[in-house]
Design a binder for this molecule. Structure first.
Ligand code: ZN
Length: 280
Protein backbone atom coordinates (compact mmCIF):
# COMPACT_ATOMS: atom_id res chain seq x y z
CA UNK A 1 0.00 0.00 0.00
CA UNK A 2 1.52 3.41 -0.96
CA UNK A 3 2.41 5.74 1.84
CA UNK A 4 0.44 8.96 1.77
CA UNK A 5 1.57 12.21 3.35
CA UNK A 6 0.23 12.56 6.86
CA UNK A 7 -2.53 15.23 6.89
CA UNK A 8 -2.70 17.80 9.67
CA UNK A 9 -4.74 16.70 12.68
CA UNK A 10 -7.57 19.28 12.29
CA UNK A 11 -8.18 17.88 8.82
CA UNK A 12 -8.58 14.36 10.18
CA UNK A 13 -11.03 15.60 12.80
CA UNK A 14 -13.07 17.34 10.10
CA UNK A 15 -13.23 14.15 8.03
CA UNK A 16 -14.23 12.11 11.07
CA UNK A 17 -17.03 14.54 11.89
CA UNK A 18 -18.23 14.40 8.27
CA UNK A 19 -18.33 10.61 8.39
CA UNK A 20 -20.21 10.51 11.67
CA UNK A 21 -22.79 12.99 10.45
CA UNK A 22 -23.53 10.97 7.30
CA UNK A 23 -23.63 7.60 9.00
CA UNK A 24 -27.37 6.99 8.71
CA UNK A 25 -27.42 7.26 4.92
CA UNK A 26 -28.30 4.30 2.70
CA UNK A 27 -25.52 2.24 1.18
CA UNK A 28 -23.46 2.15 4.34
CA UNK A 29 -21.32 -0.94 4.44
CA UNK A 30 -22.20 -3.45 7.18
CA UNK A 31 -18.58 -3.89 8.20
CA UNK A 32 -15.18 -2.34 7.76
CA UNK A 33 -14.70 -4.49 4.64
CA UNK A 34 -16.48 -3.17 1.53
CA UNK A 35 -19.81 -4.78 0.71
CA UNK A 36 -20.92 -5.69 -2.80
CA UNK A 37 -23.87 -4.08 -4.51
CA UNK A 38 -24.56 -0.39 -4.93
CA UNK A 39 -21.50 1.65 -3.98
CA UNK A 40 -21.65 3.83 -0.91
CA UNK A 41 -22.05 7.54 -1.50
CA UNK A 42 -18.57 9.02 -1.16
CA UNK A 43 -18.29 11.35 1.80
CA UNK A 44 -14.82 12.61 0.95
CA UNK A 45 -12.96 13.29 -2.28
CA UNK A 46 -11.28 10.29 -3.93
CA UNK A 47 -7.75 9.83 -2.72
CA UNK A 48 -8.40 11.57 0.58
CA UNK A 49 -7.03 9.59 3.53
CA UNK A 50 -9.96 8.19 5.53
CA UNK A 51 -9.63 7.51 9.26
CA UNK A 52 -10.68 4.09 10.58
CA UNK A 53 -14.43 3.64 10.92
CA UNK A 54 -15.47 4.17 14.53
CA UNK A 55 -17.46 0.93 14.65
CA UNK A 56 -19.27 -1.46 12.32
CA UNK A 57 -22.37 -0.75 14.40
CA UNK A 58 -22.50 2.93 13.39
CA UNK A 59 -24.23 2.80 9.96
CA UNK A 60 -27.80 3.03 11.21
CA UNK A 61 -29.15 4.92 14.17
CA UNK A 62 -30.68 1.76 15.64
CA UNK A 63 -27.62 -0.46 15.19
CA UNK A 64 -26.66 -2.52 18.20
CA UNK A 65 -23.30 -4.16 18.80
CA UNK A 66 -23.15 -7.68 17.40
CA UNK A 67 -25.81 -7.08 14.78
CA UNK A 68 -25.62 -6.80 11.00
CA UNK A 69 -26.67 -3.25 10.07
CA UNK A 70 -29.01 -2.83 7.12
CA UNK A 71 -30.04 0.40 5.40
CA UNK A 72 -33.73 1.26 5.86
CA UNK A 73 -35.87 -0.68 3.40
CA UNK A 74 -33.07 -3.05 2.44
CA UNK A 75 -33.88 -6.36 0.77
CA UNK A 76 -33.27 -9.58 2.70
CA UNK A 77 -33.45 -12.97 1.00
CA UNK A 78 -34.71 -15.78 3.20
CA UNK A 79 -33.98 -19.26 1.89
CA UNK A 80 -36.18 -21.93 3.50
CA UNK A 81 -34.09 -25.07 3.12
CA UNK A 82 -35.34 -28.02 1.00
CA UNK A 83 -38.96 -28.35 -0.19
CA UNK A 84 -42.01 -30.49 0.48
CA UNK A 85 -41.89 -32.56 -2.70
CA UNK A 86 -38.16 -33.14 -2.77
CA UNK A 87 -37.67 -36.87 -2.57
CA UNK A 88 -37.42 -40.12 -4.52
CA UNK A 89 -38.60 -39.69 -8.07
CA UNK A 90 -38.69 -35.91 -7.91
CA UNK A 91 -35.56 -35.55 -10.02
CA UNK A 92 -33.89 -33.19 -7.57
CA UNK A 93 -30.63 -35.09 -7.37
CA UNK A 94 -29.05 -34.09 -10.70
CA UNK A 95 -25.66 -32.39 -10.33
CA UNK A 96 -25.30 -28.62 -10.32
CA UNK A 97 -22.18 -26.45 -9.85
CA UNK A 98 -20.97 -26.22 -6.27
CA UNK A 99 -19.06 -22.98 -6.72
CA UNK A 100 -15.61 -24.51 -6.24
CA UNK A 101 -15.24 -26.45 -9.48
CA UNK A 102 -17.24 -29.51 -8.45
CA UNK A 103 -20.89 -30.43 -8.31
CA UNK A 104 -23.57 -31.08 -5.71
CA UNK A 105 -27.03 -32.58 -6.00
CA UNK A 106 -29.61 -29.99 -7.05
CA UNK A 107 -31.32 -30.39 -3.69
CA UNK A 108 -32.13 -32.98 -1.06
CA UNK A 109 -35.05 -34.13 1.02
CA UNK A 110 -33.55 -32.78 4.23
CA UNK A 111 -33.59 -34.25 7.70
CA UNK A 112 -36.47 -35.03 10.05
CA UNK A 113 -37.13 -35.65 13.71
CA UNK A 114 -37.31 -39.24 14.93
CA UNK A 115 -41.09 -39.06 14.80
CA UNK A 116 -41.21 -37.64 11.29
CA UNK A 117 -41.43 -33.85 11.51
CA UNK A 118 -39.58 -32.87 8.32
CA UNK A 119 -36.92 -30.22 7.98
CA UNK A 120 -38.68 -28.61 4.98
CA UNK A 121 -41.79 -27.94 7.07
CA UNK A 122 -39.69 -26.48 9.86
CA UNK A 123 -37.69 -24.21 7.55
CA UNK A 124 -40.85 -23.06 5.80
CA UNK A 125 -42.54 -22.22 9.12
CA UNK A 126 -39.58 -20.36 10.61
CA UNK A 127 -38.91 -18.50 7.36
CA UNK A 128 -42.48 -17.25 7.26
CA UNK A 129 -42.28 -16.02 10.85
CA UNK A 130 -38.93 -14.37 10.13
CA UNK A 131 -40.31 -12.72 7.00
CA UNK A 132 -43.21 -11.30 9.01
CA UNK A 133 -40.84 -9.80 11.54
CA UNK A 134 -38.58 -8.21 8.94
CA UNK A 135 -41.43 -6.86 6.81
CA UNK A 136 -42.95 -5.30 9.91
CA UNK A 137 -39.69 -3.39 10.29
CA UNK A 138 -39.83 -2.10 6.73
CA UNK A 139 -37.45 -4.48 5.04
CA UNK A 140 -38.26 -6.05 1.69
CA UNK A 141 -38.18 -9.83 1.93
CA UNK A 142 -37.73 -12.27 -0.94
CA UNK A 143 -38.07 -16.02 -0.35
CA UNK A 144 -36.36 -18.60 -2.55
CA UNK A 145 -39.52 -20.68 -2.77
CA UNK A 146 -43.17 -19.70 -2.62
CA UNK A 147 -44.69 -22.81 -1.05
CA UNK A 148 -43.81 -25.94 0.91
CA UNK A 149 -45.39 -28.13 -1.72
CA UNK A 150 -42.88 -28.07 -4.57
CA UNK A 151 -39.54 -29.41 -5.80
CA UNK A 152 -36.24 -27.51 -5.57
CA UNK A 153 -35.05 -24.93 -6.33
CA UNK A 154 -31.53 -26.22 -6.85
CA UNK A 155 -28.79 -25.05 -4.51
CA UNK A 156 -27.08 -23.07 -7.27
CA UNK A 157 -30.29 -21.14 -7.91
CA UNK A 158 -30.60 -20.46 -4.19
CA UNK A 159 -27.00 -19.31 -4.12
CA UNK A 160 -27.69 -16.75 -6.82
CA UNK A 161 -30.92 -15.53 -5.23
CA UNK A 162 -29.34 -12.79 -3.16
CA UNK A 163 -27.70 -11.07 -6.09
CA UNK A 164 -30.78 -11.54 -8.27
CA UNK A 165 -32.94 -9.80 -5.65
CA UNK A 166 -30.41 -7.07 -4.96
CA UNK A 167 -30.31 -8.25 -1.35
CA UNK A 168 -28.16 -6.81 1.39
CA UNK A 169 -28.08 -10.18 3.14
CA UNK A 170 -29.22 -13.79 2.79
CA UNK A 171 -30.23 -16.15 5.55
CA UNK A 172 -30.69 -19.79 4.64
CA UNK A 173 -32.79 -21.56 7.27
CA UNK A 174 -32.11 -25.22 8.00
CA UNK A 175 -32.06 -27.77 10.80
CA UNK A 176 -29.48 -30.51 11.04
CA UNK A 177 -29.70 -34.27 11.17
CA UNK A 178 -26.68 -35.05 13.35
CA UNK A 179 -26.01 -37.67 15.99
CA UNK A 180 -28.75 -37.83 18.62
CA UNK A 181 -26.34 -36.94 21.43
CA UNK A 182 -25.46 -33.55 19.91
CA UNK A 183 -27.63 -30.49 20.20
CA UNK A 184 -27.64 -26.77 19.51
CA UNK A 185 -27.39 -24.42 16.54
CA UNK A 186 -24.53 -23.61 14.20
CA UNK A 187 -24.04 -20.93 11.58
CA UNK A 188 -22.26 -21.81 8.33
CA UNK A 189 -20.36 -19.37 6.14
CA UNK A 190 -18.20 -19.86 3.06
CA UNK A 191 -14.52 -20.34 3.80
CA UNK A 192 -12.04 -19.84 2.24
CA UNK A 193 -13.85 -16.85 0.75
CA UNK A 194 -14.34 -16.67 -3.00
CA UNK A 195 -15.35 -13.03 -3.47
CA UNK A 196 -15.50 -9.72 -1.59
CA UNK A 197 -18.90 -10.43 -0.03
CA UNK A 198 -17.56 -13.64 1.46
CA UNK A 199 -14.26 -12.06 2.45
CA UNK A 200 -15.63 -9.90 5.27
CA UNK A 201 -19.35 -9.12 5.27
CA UNK A 202 -20.46 -12.77 5.29
CA UNK A 203 -18.30 -13.44 8.33
CA UNK A 204 -19.75 -10.34 10.01
CA UNK A 205 -23.23 -11.68 9.27
CA UNK A 206 -22.27 -15.09 10.67
CA UNK A 207 -20.89 -13.53 13.85
CA UNK A 208 -24.07 -11.49 14.23
CA UNK A 209 -26.21 -14.60 13.79
CA UNK A 210 -24.25 -16.46 16.43
CA UNK A 211 -24.47 -13.50 18.82
CA UNK A 212 -28.19 -13.17 18.27
CA UNK A 213 -28.90 -16.87 18.75
CA UNK A 214 -26.78 -16.99 21.89
CA UNK A 215 -28.42 -13.82 23.14
CA UNK A 216 -31.81 -15.46 22.74
CA UNK A 217 -30.67 -18.35 24.90
CA UNK A 218 -29.92 -20.95 22.26
CA UNK A 219 -26.93 -23.24 22.75
CA UNK A 220 -24.08 -23.35 20.23
CA UNK A 221 -23.81 -26.83 18.74
CA UNK A 222 -22.09 -29.32 20.98
CA UNK A 223 -21.16 -31.65 18.12
CA UNK A 224 -19.95 -29.52 15.21
CA UNK A 225 -18.30 -26.17 14.51
CA UNK A 226 -16.76 -23.95 17.15
CA UNK A 227 -18.82 -21.77 19.45
CA UNK A 228 -21.73 -21.89 17.01
CA UNK A 229 -19.63 -20.94 13.97
CA UNK A 230 -18.87 -23.37 11.15
CA UNK A 231 -16.51 -22.31 8.33
CA UNK A 232 -17.32 -24.46 5.29
CA UNK A 233 -16.12 -24.92 1.73
CA UNK A 234 -18.71 -27.53 0.72
CA UNK A 235 -21.99 -25.60 0.74
CA UNK A 236 -22.88 -24.69 -2.83
CA UNK A 237 -25.41 -22.02 -1.92
CA UNK A 238 -22.81 -20.20 0.18
CA UNK A 239 -19.96 -20.71 -2.28
CA UNK A 240 -22.01 -19.21 -5.10
CA UNK A 241 -23.30 -16.25 -3.11
CA UNK A 242 -22.05 -12.80 -4.06
CA UNK A 243 -23.88 -10.97 -1.28
CA UNK A 244 -23.34 -11.64 2.46
CA UNK A 245 -24.90 -15.05 3.12
CA UNK A 246 -25.10 -17.53 5.95
CA UNK A 247 -26.82 -20.84 6.53
CA UNK A 248 -28.25 -21.35 10.00
CA UNK A 249 -28.72 -24.90 11.23
CA UNK A 250 -31.18 -23.88 13.93
CA UNK A 251 -31.12 -27.17 15.83
CA UNK A 252 -30.37 -30.87 15.51
CA UNK A 253 -33.61 -32.61 14.59
CA UNK A 254 -32.26 -35.99 15.72
CA UNK A 255 -31.72 -34.77 19.26
CA UNK A 256 -34.81 -35.22 21.47
CA UNK A 257 -34.57 -31.82 23.20
CA UNK A 258 -33.96 -29.97 19.94
CA UNK A 259 -36.78 -31.92 18.28
CA UNK A 260 -39.17 -30.73 20.99
CA UNK A 261 -38.01 -27.17 20.40
CA UNK A 262 -38.58 -27.17 16.64
CA UNK A 263 -41.90 -28.99 16.97
CA UNK A 264 -43.39 -26.32 19.22
CA UNK A 265 -44.90 -23.14 17.75
CA UNK A 266 -43.33 -21.19 20.59
CA UNK A 267 -39.92 -22.68 19.83
CA UNK A 268 -40.20 -21.78 16.16
CA UNK A 269 -41.26 -18.24 17.02
CA UNK A 270 -38.29 -17.88 19.38
CA UNK A 271 -35.95 -19.02 16.63
CA UNK A 272 -37.49 -16.64 14.11
CA UNK A 273 -37.24 -13.78 16.59
CA UNK A 274 -33.58 -14.57 17.20
CA UNK A 275 -32.88 -14.55 13.46
CA UNK A 276 -34.76 -11.28 13.00
CA UNK A 277 -32.64 -9.75 15.74
CA UNK A 278 -29.53 -10.43 13.63
CA UNK A 279 -30.31 -7.23 11.77
CA UNK A 280 -29.88 -3.85 13.35
ZN1 ZN B 1 -30.98 -28.76 5.50
Amino acid sequence: MPTLPRPPRPFLVAVLVALLCSCAGPGSAPAAAPAPGPPSTPTVAPGTPVPPEPSPAVPTASARPGTFPLPPGATVVIDPGHNGRNGPGSGIDHPVPDGRGGTKPCNTTGASTADGYPEHAFTWAVSGLLADRLRARGYRVVLTRDSDDGVGPCVDVRGAAGARAGAAAVISVHADGGATSGHGFHVLYSSPPLNPAQRGPARTLADAAVASMRGAGFTPATYIGRGGLDARDDIAGLNLATVPSVLVECANLRNPADAALVRSPQGRQRLADALAAVFA
